[in-house]
Design a protein around this ligand. Structure first.
Ligand SMILES: [Zn+2]
Length: 549
């Protein structure tokens, strides 16, 4: 395999405490090494910034709901054609790009790893098929477990051993990465009683006879007990509702000091009375997270323009369908596992709520003291496309630019935020490296990613320094994946297939005899046909769990 020697570049590698020093980075056999062989290809990175490849901890890029979102927006395919090149395949873009375009577009931003954040386990095959067709990047996915009917039965009956073994069986059967909760407990109410939702952490879900707090605690504990590299990944109850910050604080408390990841926390940081206009509670959330090192978050920044709401939170999709002029809307149930909703959406500067959501995301970034635990996401494509990351980076790095943008948005929303109250913090390049690669890699427990120390995967991005940070982060000069020079002088030089990252925690296989009858009675698929086999992961990497790590 090829070897590389990158010289004269300014290196940002926060995990190894390298902050903008001129360092040599050597690559051989797909890994970072201390010294490259003499025949190594030399890259002169004079005037450039060298960082590990970007890591997206939360996005929606593959599986049944993503495909539904593509189908429902055919105009995006016509308006944004992604042409083939000598090395790469064609695709379509828009807010929900096709598989090939997704991989290539992440690569053109210098991202080399991305995690699909919400898959009903029964959709694992479809998801893996699409992820295998998503080039360049490494990827994994989280399975939806917070409304799983069988798990809820175990919880109700206090069968915690069965609960833990079943969760571990599901992770193995789907080749997934961690346990995801969306609006825990509320799908049962939604499916069972027309338009019903569960809004309080200690409200018993009649269908399951357990509370959201019990569900959160149980899945946080299971992720801990199984030694998963990434903890339970939680979309709290009451997403988008005024006053929901109390629920968010309660959810974080429900973890009782154990690791938990609260996703797209911007959508969960609202004050105000339910049913009325929201206010910002970003300061309260940021303060709580700073004081609780067991909690990590990604922001879920809203960016103005087209987005696609894509969520397992079916009651939310039902509610939001009245807030768009588009009139397109999909809601679906997924057997005993999850719900789903899709809505094409448009975030507008002049709309109070949209502008406030945008401002709250920025407040969370700017008020948080620990960038390692408040990392970058737009909940692609919910808050906006991942293609808007360079603009978001500029908003964080350039306070003059931010002020100009603030002048364009709804006045009342700006007044209701603290962004104009002397909050002129500017992120440094080192902090950007933390929130876009080192932090997400650490939260995910990916020891070989997010840094440039010897032994790390040789996933490297080299940007030309530019005072306009949006331009700088839009088009890296070089992107290296697994030691291969994928992009050189801004052009693709070859195609590449990344790996599926998944876990394989140990469990007592006797639980299969407990799960099997449930499948026979209630599932549309036979138990023996449900688990995904090795054909679906031709290129994979098992990330160690606590016992074997
Ligand atoms: Zn999401």
């Amino acid at each position: 395999m090829s070897a590389l020697r990158i010289v004269n570049g300014r290196v940002y590698d926060p995990i190894n405490d390298v902050d903008g020093e001129i360092r040599e980075i050597c690559v051989a056999d797909g890994k970072i090494v201390a010294e490259a062989p003499p025949e190594a290809k030399r890259i002169d990175a004079q005037g450039m910034v060298v960082m590990p490849g970007g890591v997206d901890i939360h996005c929606h890029i593959a599986g049944p709901k993503v495909n539904l979102a593509r189908k429902v927006q055919p105009e995006d395919h016509r308006h944004d054609v992604h042409p083939r090149t000598a090395f790469t395949r064609s695709g379509t873009g828009g807010t929900v790009p096709s598989t090939f375009a997704t991989g290539y577009r992440y690569a053109t931003l210098g991202y080399t790893t991305a995690m699909e954040a919400a898959v009903p386990p029964i959709g694992a095959r479809h998801t893996l098929e699409e992820l295998n067709d998503t080039p360049v990047i490494d990827k994994g996915f989280y399975i939806l477990m917070g409304n799983n009917v069988l798990l809820m039965q175990f919880l109700k009956e206090g069968r915690l051993e069965d609960f833990r073994n079943a969760a571990a069986w599901w992770l193995n059967a789907t080749k997934s990465y961690t346990l995801k909760l969306v609006n825990p407990g509320a799908d049962g109410a939604w499916k069972g009683r027309r338009n019903a939702n569960i809004t309080r952490m200690d409200e018993k879900v009649p269908e399951f006879e357990v509370t959201p707090r019990q569900i959160v605690k149980a899945l946080v504990d299971v992720a801990h007990d199984l030694g998963l590299p990434h903890p339970a990944h939680i979309h709290c109850n009451n997403l988008g509702h005024s006053g929901n910050f109390e629920t968010t604080l309660e959810t974080m408390r429900a973890a009782e000091g154990r690791r938990a990841h609260i996703t797209h926390v911007q959508f969960h940081s609202y004050g105000g009375e339910p049913g009325r206009l929201p206010t910002s509670k970003a300061a309260e959330i940021a303060e709580f997270v700073d004081a609780h090192p067991n909690i990590s978050c990604d922001v879920g920044q809203v960016m103005f323009g087209k987005s696609t709401i894509m969520t397992a939170d079916a009651p939310l999709a039902y509610l939001l369908r009245d807030y768009t002029s588009d009139r397109r809307w999909v809601n679906a149930d997924t057997e005993h596992e999850s719900g789903c909703g899709i809505i094409p959406f448009d975030y507008q500067e002049k709309v109070y709520t949209h502008a406030l959501q945008w401002a709250i995301g920025l407040e969370l970034f700017l008020l948080s003291k620990d960038p390692w635990r408040m990392v970058l996401s737009t909940d692609h494509p919910n808050g906006g496309s991942f293609m808007s990351y360079p603009k978001l980076i500029r908003l964080l790095m350039d306070s003059e630019f931010r002020k100009r943008e603030l002048g364009r948005v709804n006045r009342k929303a700006v007044r209701n935020s603290v962004l104009m109250d002397g909050l002129d913090r500017e992120y440094s390049l080192q902090e950007i490296a933390i929130i876009t690669r080192a932090g997400p890699a650490r939260i995910l427990g990916l020891a070989n990613k997010g840094h440039l120390g010897a032994g790390a995967d040789a996933d490297i991005t080299i940007y030309e320094e530019n005072p306009d940070k949006e331009l700088m982060f839009s088009a890296p000069r070089y992107v290296i994946k697994d030691g291969r020079l994928i992009i050189e002088d801004h052009e693709f030089r070859c195609d590449h297939q990344g790996r599926i990252l998944h876990v394989a925690p140990a469990y007592d296989s006797a639980v299969e005899d407990v799960i099997r009858p449930f499948f026979e009675d209630y599932y549309s698929i036979q138990f023996d046909n449900y688990a995904v086999d090795a054909h679906y992961i031709p290129r994979n990497e098992v990330i160690p769990t606590g016992d074997d790590g």
